[in-house]
Write a protein that binds this ligand. Structure first.
Ligand SMILES: [Zn+2]
Length: 463
């Protein structure tokens, strides 16, 4: 089975109907409970078959929590990930894994960051079966910088661990970046555990991406050669442990520029009012027509009118300019196209009705959709079960670095890393979620180097 087996390139030939009937779900779930309704017997069986006669290494939850907290204290909003990049490099080099190398790629300028992506290369262990799959595991190094109003920029992040194992902000003054420090912590601990325990593993590449939150810039500019020779990708990024996200929405950032004709305020009929046209367009774009399942339209900005250099508004003229900005998302290419066409025709109609020019710019980010039988999806499900968790395979309206990994040809799924209430001061994770997610990552690594799993995948995926 080669790396492209089972992947659906750029969403062609995918039964869209099946996806449309799915409930809409987001990875931003506020539910830290992990489904563990797999019977102990089934769990043991899976575990035994996956790990052969070896035992899954035990997770040192204290060290795992420390790894999470030390990373969560680093303030690294998008574009300022250098300190996290240095930490990642230092942590992986300290593992002393034979043959391990760490590189920082050259995307810093293009991604608008003070560092490139961090790429850790781990060769297959000497005892790995020769048909082991090569896997890429990733997370992102930036965080959304959330501070309550009035909290100074340099105030350190205060983190507390409650007796029941919840890890959160002590005072809700800043977020703790569970998105995506959970990804960082669980991958780091899983690799440390697997290699220390001498479990056979195939080739692994770990990537810490920069500037994910501001538009997936690190993943977007990653040289595609970094995914060549790899079979599957797994992005550990937020959400409930057990989530296997096989599809992410295509996202379009759009701007509509409205050009009217200015006129003195005392002769309004001589002008074409761009502000009124803009308000009409926003109102039409907010109609129920745009609230379809699998589609999402958000108007985020509206500007109009002119100002003097001192900031004072020009009030005695009919405004001849306006700008509307927003984004739309579609679960499938058909959803995206349908939305784009509707937005365009609404803008055209509005322009005609008001006698103004409206032009639309649209910057899009490709979505991805792996089939339910894609080996990357199946491998993730097998590993999740072996970790004792019931997998929940779904598609989402969110975007992630996986959008670009898939676009570059690496079938990549997003797995829950145990972050909840992301991007808020109340963001949290739990000790249990961190341990479960670490077990999932360890199982992924073991599964990729397990000939029986490879055989089972061949059978299921029909390749
Ligand atoms: Zn994230």
């Amino acid at each position: 089975m080669d790396s492209s087996a089972g992947i659906t390139p750029a969403r062609i030939n995918v039964p869209y109907g099946a996806d449309k009937s799915r409930p809409r779900e987001d990875s931003l779930s506020d539910n830290s409970k992990t489904d563990t309704d797999i019977s102990t017997e089934e769990k043991d069986q899976l575990s035994i078959s996956l790990w052969n006669d070896r035992k899954m290494p035990k997770v040192d939850s204290k060290r795992l929590e420390e790894t999470f907290i030390s990373a969560a204290k680093i303030w690294s909003p998008s574009g300022q990930e250098k300190e996290m990049a240095v930490k990642m490099k230092t942590d992986f080099e300290a593992m002393k894994i034979p043959g391990l190398t760490v590189q920082i790629d050259d995307v810093a300028d293009k991604a608008g960051s003070d560092t490139g992506n961090v790429i850790v290369n781990i060769p297959a262990s000497l005892d790995a079966p020769k048909d082991s799959k090569a896997i890429c595991i990733s997370f992102h190094l930036d965080r959304v910088p959330v501070r309550a109003p009035g909290v100074p920029e340099d105030e350190p992040v205060q983190i507390e661990r409650t007796p029941d194992g919840t890890i959160r902000s002590k005072d809700s003054r800043t977020n703790i970046a569970a998105d995506d420090r959970t990804g960082y912590a669980v991958v780091t601990e899983a690799i440390r555990n697997i290699t220390k325990s001498g479990i056979p593993h195939g080739k692994i590449r770990v990537i810490g991406f920069v500037s994910e939150e501001t538009g997936l810039h690190g993943a977007k500019h990653l040289d595609p050669r970094y995914v060549q020779g790899f079979d599957y990708g797994f992005e550990m990024d937020g959400g409930k442990v057990g989530n296997v996200i096989r599809g992410g929405a295509g996202i379009h950032h759009f701007t509509a520029v409205i050009t009217g004709t200015s006129a003195p305020s005392i002769h309004p009929s001589q002008g074409k009012n761009a502000l009124l046209a803009g308000i009409d367009a926003v109102s039409r774009l907010s109609s129920d027509d745009f609230k379809q399942s699998g589609q999402l339209l958000n108007i985020s900005n509206f500007y109009s009118g002119k100002r003097y250099d001192n900031g004072r508004s020009v009030t005695n003229a009919v405004p001849d300019n306006a700008e509307i900005a927003g984004e739309f998302r579609g679960k499938t290419r058909e959803d995206e196209d349908a939305l784009k066409n509707r937005v365009k025709s609404v803008l055209e109609e509005t322009g005609k009705a008001h006698g103004v020019e409206i032009s639309m710019k649209d910057e899009s980010m490709e979505g991805y959709l792996l089939s339910e039988n894609s080996p990357a999806v199946k491998l993730a499900e097998i590993a999740t079960k072996a970790a004792g968790i019931k997998p929940k395979t779904l598609t989402t309206m969110g975007g992630s670095d996986a959008n670009y990994m898939n676009l570059k040809g690496l079938p990549t799924v997003v797995l829950g890393s145990g972050a909840f209430l992301q991007h808020t001061e109340r963001e949290y994770t739990t000790s249990n979620a961190l341990v479960s997610a670490t077990r999932v990552v360890m199982s992924l690594i073991a599964a990729a180097a397990n000939p029986a799993v490879a055989a089972a995948l061949m059978e299921t995926c029909g390749k």
